[in-house]
Design a protein around this ligand. Structure first.
Ligand code: FMN
Length: 363
């Protein structure tokens, strides 16, 4: 299994923008040195706890402070951008990163962010994602077109050489580095339209782990759509994000998770959101529990993957057996800014002690 980070970043509301930015860069440097292969940065225009509105700024700064790790926005919310502007920005950033970039796309989770961008009917989001990507791909081809769509108009100008030997007609090339863009798509709901779209196009699927049966439906949806459209579904490209914390002993890991940034964010922010989105139901079903069982310790034992390296290997292997597994574990970052040492130690243990010992059952 490969290991990546997804930086959402679940900052305490009192953090300044500068603190948030610096914590993102510190995580990218640590992840790079620890051996993580990917660093994804979320995009949220309105959420106080998820306070990075422009992941590309973090990615550009972190890229020059790291050596190997790949970066992706996860996700650029296609309904909330003009596709021409995004195509150019993403293409240019991929060129700057010279192979250490891929594009994560999503529909957008929060209605406030949609409202900010003038979208009043979020049921149009899947159609907006498809139209946006169609325009972006046309722009990356660098051939003249004019497109009038349901949501946006765009085009690509013609490069007309006046034959005078000047260079003033030349159009800058902001197409993706290496000629193609590797694309990943987020998926959340049970019959995820996003995961189906990923399968249709042969893109990488990225799920948030919210119970084994939901994850199974994601893979089944992906596999079916991929096969129907002539793509080979490959579990090693499947990314799943989870809250993971590792320390030398189980007791230490549990204390640091519950009393540290993870517990703080779940108690004040994530637990209510997860309840609203029905994301705890899958976990409750998995252990045959009851909604009244749920408290922070229950969440620590059943939702997060917490413990010594041996315990976390055992827990992940069990989830792999149950679900068929995935190729990249995307560890969700949390705010351990006031005392980063245990968090960074956890990252090292995940990348160096845990990840190499998890194998895909069918690989
Ligand atoms: N929504 C956001 O508004 N911003 C994000 O940065 C973001 N990142 C996501 C990352 C992952 C791994 C997943 C699974 C979802 C993310 N989402 C984010 C939610 C998506 O925008 C979208 O609501 C979701 O993928 C819709 O899934 P569905 O088609 O399964 O209903």
């Amino acid at each position: 299994m490969e290991s990546g980070l997804i930086h959402i970043p679940y900052m305490r509301p009192e953090r300044t923008s500068r603190q948030t930015f610096d914590w993102a860069l510190a995580n990218a440097r640590e992840a790079d040195q620890a051996g993580f292969t990917e660093f994804m940065v979320a995009e949220h225009a309105t959420q106080k706890w998820e306070c990075i509105p422009t992941p590309e700024l973090v990615i550009a700064a972190a890229a020059v402070q790291t050596e190997r790790i790949k970066f992706a926005p996860m996700a650029h919310l296609l309904p909330q951008h003009h596709p021409a502007q995004l195509a150019i920005q993403v293409g240019w950033l991929s060129q700057i990163l010279e192979g250490r970039y891929f594009l994560g796309i999503g529909a957008g989770a929060y209605p406030q962010a949609a409202e900010l961008h003038g979208i009043t009917d979020v049921s149009t989001n899947p159609a907006r994602v498809r139209e946006s990507l169609e325009i972006m791909e046309k722009i990356w081809k660098r051939e003249p077109f004019h497109y009038e769509g349901q949501f946006w108009n765009a085009g690509y100008p013609e490069e007309v050489d006046d034959g005078q030997g000047h260079d003033d007609h030349k159009i800058a090339d902001y197409s993706p580095w290496g000629g193609t863009m590797d694309i990943a798509v987020t998926g959340l709901s049970v019959n995820s339209p996003s995961i189906r779209f990923a399968g249709e196009r042969g893109f990488m699927p990225v799920s948030i782990y919210s119970g084994s049966s939901i994850l199974k439906t994601h893979w089944e949806t992906y596999e079916k759509a991929a096969l129907e459209h002539g793509h080979t579904p490959d579990r090693s490209r499947y990314h799943v994000s989870q809250t993971v914390f590792v320390a030398e002993t189980d007791a230490e890991a549990k204390k640091l998770a519950m009393e540290g940034g993870i517990g703080y964010a779940f108690e004040r922010y994530l637990w209510p959101i997860w309840e609203r989105f029905g994301m705890l139901e899958g976990y409750i079903k998995d252990v045959g529990g009851d909604p009244s069982d749920v408290d922070l310790e229950w969440i620590c034992d059943n939702v997060w993957v917490v413990g010594s390296p041996e315990t976390v290997i055992e827990k992940l292997n069990k989830l792999y057996e149950f679900t068929g597994g995935w190729g990249v574990l995307q560890v969700e970052t949390h705010d351990y800014m006031d005392d980063p040492a245990p968090w960074f130690q956890s990252l090292r243990l995940i990348a160096q002690e845990v990840a190499p010992k998890i194998q895909l059952p069918f690989s």
